[in-house]
Design a protein around this ligand. Structure first.
Ligand SMILES: Cc1cc2nc3c(=O)[nH]c(=O)nc-3n(C[C@H](O)[C@H](O)[C@H](O)COP(=O)(O)OP(=O)(O)OC[C@H]3O[C@@H](n4cnc5c(N)ncnc54)[C@H](O)[C@@H]3O)c2cc1C
Length: 415
């Protein structure tokens, strides 16, 4: 079924009885060409395998429900304001894929390029943002430096004269914005299923079948399944899953939380990030203010929120937008992040032939979903890394060739 204004109109005339389920619900086959573990980036990889490489004998195995991981838990921000030469073209490609995604998938993911502003609060921070903006412009992305007067006109509600963190301006990327996160999973699942990819929910991978140094399938809670190639895309569960293949990863798992207020009339036009603390905010189309901050700062697999992080994030909120103190908090939740040692991702084959790994997305992997799926599919289909992901190799930590976007060293909880 193709979605269109005509389909909505004709369904309306016939009592909305003709809508089809978004994806098939098949039983797992005994064997696949490719098994993808995890239905976040993994769902995108499944789609691109079928759509771009004609490989549709693929199963995406998800231990829970589609979108139950970080893909359905994030604060929905997309942008490409990266600076490192390995990151910038990759994230810019992802932004370009977002721009055409709804047409490609024939699914409304509410891609909204409402702009993102990173605030700066000092001369040295401004210089840093100028450098970042120049790198973005030179590699074909968009960036604008806003001075204080421009920002005052655009966002009069900010506390510019805050004694501790006066706001001096911001780096604006107009093409950045937000996307409805769970709709992305649904859109990829629907399109992939149509092309023959099997999405199997409630199917946890519990082990790998390894024969003579080659991965030939997986053990699951629904029984063993054979496969030509297997890729793990399980974010905060990466260490636990890959341990079953005897692989230790340069990744730590940390919790990141998000918060949403009661629905309010439109007051925030775009995404805003605080430059002197960890706080960022946007407003959802339902009116809720969606915001977040830093990690819990200790390792954990606990997918839940807690009050110390809430206090810390709300302090950041009050420092730049005192009006937020009058809003009531509706919900909060947590997701388990796969924090890599340099803050950048990994898309690579592992030392075990036929076993691939996608992870290390830290707290910025939602915006990467299209490019990550695209490059992972390329790697699985051709055996070669895609040029946009050529730096995201697993052995870069051994080679000392880190992609340290933030320049904080091997300190996962600071990236
Ligand atoms: C609160 C919060 C806010 C964030 N905000 C942003 C943001 O604004 N912008 C941005 O770009 N990024 C953001 N992120 C980060 C982003 O959400 C993640 O980096 C990204 O979604 C990771 O995608 P993934 O597919 O790797 O992981 P996930 O979406 O977590 O998918 C992994 C899947 O694997 C499944 N799985 C795990 N173990 C197994 C197993 N053994 N067998 C089968 N399946 C398994 C899980 O159930 C899960 O569904 C945020 C994250 C959080 C938690």
């Amino acid at each position: 079924m193709r979605y269109s204004a005509f389909t909505i109109f004709s369904q309306g005339l016939t009592g909305n009885r003709g809508w089809k389920e978004l994806w098939r619900k098949p039983e797992p086959k005994p064997s696949y060409d490719v098994i993808v573990i995890g239905a976040g980036h993994g769902m995108a990889a499944g789609y691109y395998l079928a759509a771009k490489h004609g490989i549709s004998n693929v199963a995406v195995l998800e231990k829970s429900w589609l979108g139950s991981g970080n893909t359905g838990r994030n604060t929905t921000i997309i942008r490409s304001n990266y600076m490192m030469p390995e990151n910038q073209p990759f994230y810019e490609h992802s932004l370009k894929l977002w721009e055409g995604l709804e047409q490609e998938l024939n699914f409304n993911a509410m891609v909204s390029q409402r702009g993102i502003v990173n605030l700066f609060h000092s001369d040295s921070q401004r210089d840093d943002f100028v450098r970042r903006g120049n790198v973005m412009l030179m590699s074909g992305a968009d960036a604008e430096l806003l001075d204080e007067a421009q920002l005052r006109r655009m966002c009069p509600y900010l506390d510019f004269d805050n004694a501790r963190f006066p706001i001096r301006g911001g780096l604006l990327q107009r093409r950045g914005g937000t996307v409805r996160h769970d709709a992305v999973s649904w859109g990829y699942a629907r399109a992939a299923s149509k092309l023959g990819v099997d999405l199997i929910q409630n199917c946890e991978v519990t082990g790998f079948r390894i024969d003579k140094g080659r991965c030939v399938g997986v053990e699951t809670t629904l029984g063993p399944i054979a496969a030509g190639r297997v890729v793990s895309c399980v974010a905060g569960s990466s260490s636990r899953v890959m341990k079953n293949a005897g692989i230790t990863l340069p990744i730590e798992s940390h919790v990141l939380q998000a918060f949403v207020s009661e629905g309010l009339k439109p007051c925030l036009p775009g995404v805003m990030t605080f430059g002197a603390g960890h706080f960022y905010i946007s407003q959802s189309d339902k009116g809720g203010l969606v915001f977040g901050g830093g990690l819990d700062h200790y390792n954990s697999y606990a997918q839940r929120g807690n009050l110390p992080a809430l206090e810390d994030v709300c302090e950041g909120a009050m420092a730049i937008m005192p009006m937020l103190g009058r809003a009531r908090l509706l919900r909060m939740w947590g997701g388990v992040m796969d924090m890599s040692m340099d803050g950048s991702p990994i898309i690579d084959e592992t030392p075990i032939a036929g076993l691939y790994f996608n992870g290390g997305w830290c707290y910025g992997g939602f915006k990467a979903t299209p490019a990550s799926g695209y490059c992972t599919a390329h790697l699985l289909a051709t055996g070669e890394p895609h040029e946009l992901a050529a730096g995201f190799r697993l052995d870069r930590f051994r080679r000392g060739q880190l992609i340290d976007e933030k320049g904080v060293g091997a300190q996962p909880n600071l990236h």
